[in-house]
Write a protein that binds this ligand. Structure first.
Ligand SMILES: [Zn+2]
Length: 383
């Protein structure tokens, strides 16, 4: 029996949480003492590309590397996440997803953390800008047979597919993918108003990192950002790392979508957690700056992916959008969990004992200070 005492993230009340095996058994009032950490449901990050030298987009990915990447997020309060691969050849997708699926099936500690796979691409816009850093030669139109082969290699573990609905067969393809039980997100797109509406009618329910993976200059209106902002059937994922979207954009997007339709993602890559310096990668020479910003080497502005974990995004969104701790935590925990069909009742008796204990950020540039992470009733990180 594990017992946790903390201050609830939603009510500020001091509580004692009793945990039996992997479940919350009971939550009762506790003495309110100074210095109690906050306690909240563990974070669920729908977009993690790797960490500290492990990239999921790696044809030579090993089960041991998946294990390392799975455990790497404990320190940030993440208890569930989607292993994410970006646009590549069918061979790289099948090899990589096969390895991730094997790690999930063979290793309980991986299955406890990785909830499934996010396939980001390859059915996205080929254009510079929307395509982002995805390699152009592997961008292609949607292909149901190919998707089925990749899903089979993934042992059915693809939970989320990000695509651009700009192709002739996009709507029909989205219908098939949704019917197969996979969440479809719109991203890396130059789709028109009509194409976005058709995609949502076909079952697309999310926008992937809205405001990123876009042209540097677009027509003021209409455009694919307004169209997705205004579409109430789409939940938007936002990268609130302070580099990908200015604070004003995060605030305006959260207000437009409403917090209930926003989730936070880190989009962290294999260079996350690496010391500052230059690295040769599949995307060319990249550089991790002292600030943690990840850029194309030799300059300081063009982003080459994210390198900041979700606990910083939670801290930032409170500040950028002027929202409460409760709202920010829900954007990073119960709301994304619900999207991928995981239980989403949060801190309640009977729920899985996936918890994070933390202190509020030290200053406006700091993440939450994670004190403890509990995954499936086991303390997996302690500061
Ligand atoms: Zn992306």
């Amino acid at each position: 029996m594990l017992e946790i005492v903390g201050r609830r993230y939603d009510s500020d009340r001091a509580v004692r949480i009793e945990i039996e095996k992997d479940r919350i058994l009971r939550i009762t009032p506790a003495a309110d003492t100074p210095g109690l950490p906050y306690v909240a449901p563990g974070f669920c990050d729908l977009q993690i590309n790797g960490y500290q030298g492990v990239e999921f987009n790696d044809p030579k990915l090993t089960v041991e590397q998946v294990r390392k990447a799975a455990l790497s997020q404990d320190q940030f309060g993440v208890t569930r996440y989607l292993a994410t691969c970006t646009t590549d050849s069918e061979q790289v997708f099948t090899d990589s997803f096969g390895t991730i699926a094997k790690a999930m099936d063979d290793l309980p500690e991986v299955a406890a953390r990785i909830a499934g796979i996010h396939m980001e691409g390859p059915y996205i816009a080929p254009d510079d800008g929307p395509r982002g850093a995805h390699p152009r030669q592997h961008v292609r139109e949607p292909d149901w047979d190919e998707f089925c082969r990749i899903q089979e290699a993934a042992r059915g573990k693809i939970k989320l597919l990000t695509l651009s609905p700009e192709y002739v067969g996009s709507a029909a393809f989205i219908k098939q993918v949704v019917a197969s039980g996979v969440l479809v997100a719109i991203g890396h797109t130059k789709a028109t108003t009509d194409q976005i509406r058709a995609a949502v009618d076909a079952g697309a329910r999310m926008s992937t990192h809205l405001g990123n993976g876009a042209h540097p200059r677009i027509k003021r209106h209409p455009n694919y950002i307004w169209d997705q902002l205004a579409e109430d059937r789409l939940v938007a994922s936002l990268i609130a790392d302070g580099h990908h979207l200015p604070a004003a954009v995060v605030k305006a997007m959260v207000r437009a979508k409403t917090p209930a339709r926003c989730v936070l993602v880190s989009d962290i890559t294999g260079l996350g957690g690496m010391p500052p310096g230059r690295y040769a990668t599949g995307l060319g020479d990249l550089e991790v700056l002292e600030s943690g910003k990840l850029v194309l080497a030799g300059q300081r502005d063009i982003l080459a992916g994210a390198s900041q974990p979700i606990h910083l995004c939670v801290a930032n969104v409170m500040q950028f959008a002027g929202i409460s701790l409760q709202t920010a935590v829900e954007m990073a925990s119960t709301l994304p969990a619900r999207l991928i069909g995981e239980s989403d009742r949060g801190l309640e008796a009977g729920e899985a004992a996936n918890l994070v204990l933390f202190d509020l950020p030290k200053d406006e540039n700091s993440p939450l200070t994670i004190r403890m992470t509990v995954n499936g009733g086991v303390v997996v990180y302690k500061r």
